[in-house]
Design a protein around this ligand. Structure first.
Ligand SMILES: [Zn+2]
Length: 352
């Protein structure tokens, strides 16, 4: 948990250094930004730095050797808490903050945070997936945020601040995080040995939207195959929405039929389609320059297209994609969404 392991987010690091130097750390922060860009790792690094016994707080770093650093590495620091949404749940239940029903208020994170630190001068808690707190759990956390113990610091992590109660937002200092640069993603996945060569690293990084989570998913051979097949279907002329829907559904079912997986992979179909048409539009804008995606080049050269018309159709198509992805996120059946998606897509492509 050293800053050397963190790429990007320089401004945020400087901001924390200044706050520590002026003794102006807040009791509560909200880290906001897309998934997979290192917000949690950043928060853990802050915690490790503040716990380290040998490096002064003002330098905001950790030695990795002292007792507290060792405890952090081992995940056994008694003054550090990392909570989040349980993997099998859609929300963070109140039990995480306030304990089980029969011990309400006598266990859980808020109770723990009220006790004095044992191994250092602070208690630090990271609340991951904070956008999935329900009303009940948010309200139980709010009490601690309203009257934070002097030694406490809480870092809430969220990909979307809109789903966080305004009363909670107003108690936290907001720190915004940006997607990572493609070059940083490329460096990280090379360092992690996820890729075979630098070409593959750059290619994955370019598609990853600055998110390591997306990059990791893109390295899944089944998803890459889905993308290839989809691109092949998108260049059919004329585009056939019925056979495209059928083929894509087959592939999605082959990857996995669990609802969560179908929903997640259907979102990938939409993201890949958007990626494809964004590349088409880039190629048209730059005067038919070659794209890294061969099917995009075929799509652009296959037909005589009117650039202005094409760009406006693509812009509609991307809006429509966002709307269908929202429906999937709001738990509409993924299969129905896919069918509607390719129907809409077929209608739009006829306008080219
Ligand atoms: Zn240390």
């Amino acid at each position: 948990m050293n800053w050397d392991e963190i790429l990007g987010h320089q401004n945020q690091q400087e901001m924390f250094k200044r706050s520590v130097a002026r003794n102006r750390l807040s009791h509560a922060y909200l880290f906001v930004g897309p998934d997979g860009i290192g917000k949690k790792k950043f928060a853990q690094t802050i915690a490790a730095s503040l716990f380290c016994e040998t490096i002064p707080d003002s330098e905001l770093n950790s030695c990795g050797e002292c007792a507290n650093c060792k405890r952090m590495k081992a995940g056994s620091h008694p003054d550090f808490y990392l909570v989040g949404r349980p993997p099998d749940k859609r929300e963070i239940p109140i039990e995480v903050f306030a304990g089980s029903k029969d011990k309400r208020g006598r266990e859980g994170l808020c109770f723990e945070m009220s006790l004095r630190p044992m191994a250092s001068t602070r208690k630090i808690a990271i609340i991951d997936d904070a956008s999935s707190m329900n009303m009940e759990s948010a309200n139980s956390l709010l009490k601690t945020l309203e009257e934070p113990p002097e030694f406490s610091m809480m870092i809430l992590i969220a990909n979307n601040e809109n789903s966080i109660l305004p009363t909670i937002l107003s108690r936290c200092q907001k720190v915004r995080f940006q997607p990572l640069a493609a070059s940083d993603i490329s460096k990280i996945i090379t360092r992690l040995d996820w890729v075979e060569n630098s070409e593959q690293a750059d290619q994955i990084a370019a598609m990853s939207d600055g998110s390591l989570t997306l990059a990791q998913q893109l390295l899944d051979p089944e998803l890459r195959n889905l993308r290839e097949v989809l691109f092949g279907l998108l260049i059919n002329s004329p585009f056939n929405s019925v056979s495209t829907t059928k083929r894509i559904q087959e592939l999605l079912n082959e990857i996995g039929t669990e609802t969560v997986l179908l929903r997640e992979n259907s979102r990938w179909v939409i993201r890949f389609t958007v990626e494809f048409f964004q590349s088409v539009s880039k190629s048209i804008i730059s005067g038919n320059s070659k794209s890294m995606i061969s099917q995009v080049n075929q799509f652009v050269t296959l037909k005589e297209r009117k650039p202005e018309k094409a760009l406006s159709v693509i812009s509609d198509l991307i809006d429509m994609s966002g709307a269908i992805e929202q429906q999937i996120l709001q738990y509409s059946p993924a299969a129905l969404c896919m069918e509607g998606y390719f129907n809409n897509l077929g209608q739009k492509l006829r306008l080219f």
